[in-house]
Ligand binder design. Structure first.
Ligand code: NAP
Ligand code: F7E
Length: 344
């Protein structure tokens, strides 16, 4: 039995990864910010809340990191904690840089000072490719981040590589493309859509406002992606791997798929910023455009090539776009029937 330490354990990936590690028979300790309320709804939904040991953890606070590592003595440390909202990073760029960039260095340095034997995983992101220089994006594609979030993550990525090369640490970085699930935060577009349309279907919410329908993403399922994350830390040495499905879909495609799952018959009307999506039979407005929700710089389209992960880790996504959307829509339809405060 190993001791697995997961920062950001209350987030989407943290919850799935905690369950994955528990199923493998390990002790799981999760870092939480009691200052933000430590809401365990995701661990509760997965039925593992009582099996994960929670410790107060803040990436901005080096003495706290040191004390936690000293007490926990992890065999593996998965750094999933981050200010992960791309839009927010434009409004809070310094905080984002401190948590998502310097926070990684603080953690790595504390691990090094503690002996450097802990296997480390850093949550890197396809947002580092930003205005992508080649398609599909792979491990060797140059980075061109388009947000403070992306820029901070590039620092986290390279400092992880540096600690591997300079200090011989077993340090890996997964360049993960968007991965979603019923446990996704409601601020992200996929969950915003499934939750919004489910409430509309239940008659408990109004039409959705989205920044645009054109952006394209490579959307996979978080359950698949935590298996790839785990595999990276099982390798003889640390390395960097892209995890992606290889297929991209637009926000419009996502809205259509979710609307169909929820029994609507969606149709586009109008063009550009006046485009709307309506339910044809009832003439109900489902989605309109709100340009104030757009970001100062946008990542238009991303699609990844996970060949290296397939070759070396034996990793392949098993849940396709249609099944992902159906699972999210069904979960939110259930929730919209009794709207729990935690996901509202
Ligand atoms: P998430 O749901 O937003 O979870 C992030 C977690 O980090 C939250 O539990 C949050 O705690 C915690 N956190 C934030 N600031 C912190 C700080 N200063 N100190 C300690 N903890 C802090 O994110 P996710 O979707 O699970 O993603 C996990 C990681 O993968 C993130 O690093 C994200 O940037 C990265 N990533 C995600 C995707 C994706 O598509 N999901 C793709 C590529 C990379 P609270 O609960 O207290 O707010
Ligand atoms: O946006 C567009 C938006 O916020 C997806 C994070 O997990 O994945 C996530 O970042 C696209 C963007 O995710 C709305 O502008 C349109 O083009 O769901 P999102 P993201 O920005 O791709 C990466 C890989 C991460 O690493 C991040 O941590 O959808 N979009 N209208 C909208 N997005 C939102 N949130 N809300 C809208 O109304």
């Amino acid at each position: 039995m190993e001791t697995i330490f997961i920062t950001g354990v209350l987030g989407q990936d943290g919850a799935y990864l905690a369950r994955h590690a528990l199923e493998k028979g390990h002790r799981v300790v999760g870092g939480v910010r009691s200052s933000s309320g430590a809401n365990t709804w995701r661990l509760d939904e997965l039925g593992v809340a009582r099996d994960v040991e929670l410790v107060d953890f803040e990436l901005l606070e080096e003495p706290n990191i040191r004390a936690v590592l000293d007490a926990v003595k992890p065999d593996r440390c998965f750094n999933l904690a981050a200010q992960s909202l791309v839009g927010t990073s434009f409004r809070q760029p310094l905080l984002t840089a401190d948590v998502d960039g310097m926070g990684v260095l603080r953690l790595l340095e504390c691990l090094r000072m503690a002996g450097g034997q802990t296997r480390f995983y850093q949550a890197s992101t396809s947002e580092m490719f930003g205005r992508a220089i080649e398609t599909p994006q792979r491990e060797t594609t140059p980075f061109y981040p388009r947000s403070p979030y992306g820029v901070a993550k590039v620092f986290g990525h390279f400092i992880t590589r540096n600690y591997r090369e300079a200090h011989g640490m077993h340090a890996s970085a997964g360049i993960l493309f968007n991965h979603e699930s019923p446990l996704r935060g409601a601020e992200f577009v996929t969950r915003k859509v499934t939750l919004g349309l489910a409430r509309l279907r239940r008659g408990t919410g109004g039409p959705l406002r989205l920044g645009s329908l054109d952006a394209r993403r490579d959307w996979g399922h978080a359950r698949d992606y935590v298996e790839g994350i785990w595999q990276m830390t099982e390798q003889p040495q640390g390395d960097e791997f892209v995890l992606a499905t290889g297929h991209s879909s637009s926000v419009r495609d996502f809205v259509f798929a979710a609307a169909l799952c929820l029994g609507f018959d969606p149709e586009c009307r109008g063009e550009g910023d006046n485009e709307t999506i309506v339910d044809r039979p009832s003439n109900t407005l489902l989605v309109s455009i709100d340009t104030s929700l757009r970001r100062p710089a946008e990542v238009e389209t991303l699609v990844g090539d996970a060949s290296l992960a397939s070759e070396r880790l034996g990793w392949r996504p098993t849940i396709g776009f249609g099944a992902l959307v159906a699972e999210m829509a069904a979960a939110d339809y259930q929730r919209a029937g009794h709207v729990p405060a935690a996901v509202s």
